[in-house]
Design a protein. Structure first.
Lengths: 14, 257
């Protein structure tokens, strides 16, 4: 099954 | 005090059309650098970053950094009232809870101002470090839009694969499968019609077509689009706004689990 990753897995809050 | 005068007002109309499908509410940030926005879609899968540099405005006054929360649907409603040749000025006073959009017809015979209420938006700002991408594809934006639209009538996801042969867009659905290969093509009459592939190493990633289709709402902003891919990063789909800046979309990939 395909899982959609979150953008927050790659970029973090500043 | 904020006063930004943009002679090519249609550009702002196009910017709103490019982002309002993806993001409902966002903070527009104004600083000496320019007019910018960064926002995620509601499911935190995609992110849009806009920059309109101050030098691109005919008049740019921003006394201090200002963040203005707006509902993009409402901004779009206001800007749709501007003629396509109108000059648009954005005005706000310090501490005010409204923003004014002023529209001037090219020969100055009609001047309209629309005042819109601002809103408090708790938005998260993400740091996006510069990255080296394994492959960067530049192609006509209309071609990319066509591919995303065509493939989404077959499947929900697209696999974008870049090899030295070219860039391949593949999908599969209940009714069948589809593959579209675009080869590098630099020998065209106009540079904006070229497909150029800069590849460090082959890369293949899977994305939801729904978001890519939403990104293609920026097509009227630029004749070309660049797609930057790395196996461990979100794809970056960039539309340059001539002499002013860009709209960049970041989309997290799908993975097999």
């Amino acid at each position: 099954t395909e899982v959609q990753l979150s953008i927050k897995r790659f970029y973090h809050s500043t | 005090m904020l006063e930004l005068r943009l002679v090519q007002g249609s550009l702002l109309k196009k910017v709103l059309e490019a982002i309002k499908e993806l993001v409902t509410d966002a903070n527009f940030d104004c600083s000496a650098t320019g007019f910018s926005l960064q926002a995620m879609d509601s499911s935190h899968v995609a992110l849009v970053a806009l920059l309109l540099r101050s030098e691109g405005f005919e008049h740019y006054r921003c006394d201090r950094n200002l963040s203005m929360g707006m509902n993009l649907g409402n901004v779009s409603k206001m800007l749709r009232c501007a003629g396509s040749d109108d000059i648009i000025t954005i005005k706000a006073d310090d501490g005010s809870d409204t923003v004014t959009f002023m529209f001037e017809s090219p020969n100055q015979d009609k001047i309209a101002d629309f005042e819109m209420k601002l809103m408090d938006i708790d938005s998260e700002h993400l740091g996006i470090p510069d990255a080296e991408y394994q492959a960067i594809v530049r192609m006509p934006s209309g071609e990319f839009a066509r591919i995303c639209k065509d493939l989404s009538s077959i499947g929900d996801t697209v696999i974008i694969s870049v090899t030295k042969e070219g860039v391949k867009f593949s999908t599969a659905g209940d009714i069948g499968t589809a593959n579209i290969v675009c080869r590098q093509n630099k020998t065209v009459d106009k540079p904006e019609e070229a497909t150029v592939i800069e590849m460090q190493e082959p890369v293949s990633l899977t994305f939801a077509l729904r978001y890519l289709n939403s990104f293609t709402k920026a097509t009227p902003l630029s004749e070309t689009v660049s797609i930057s891919l790395s196996s461990d990063l979100p794809v970056v789909v960039e539309y340059k706004i001539a002499d002013m800046g860009y709209v960049r979309y970041y989309l997290a990939p799908k993975i097999e689990e």
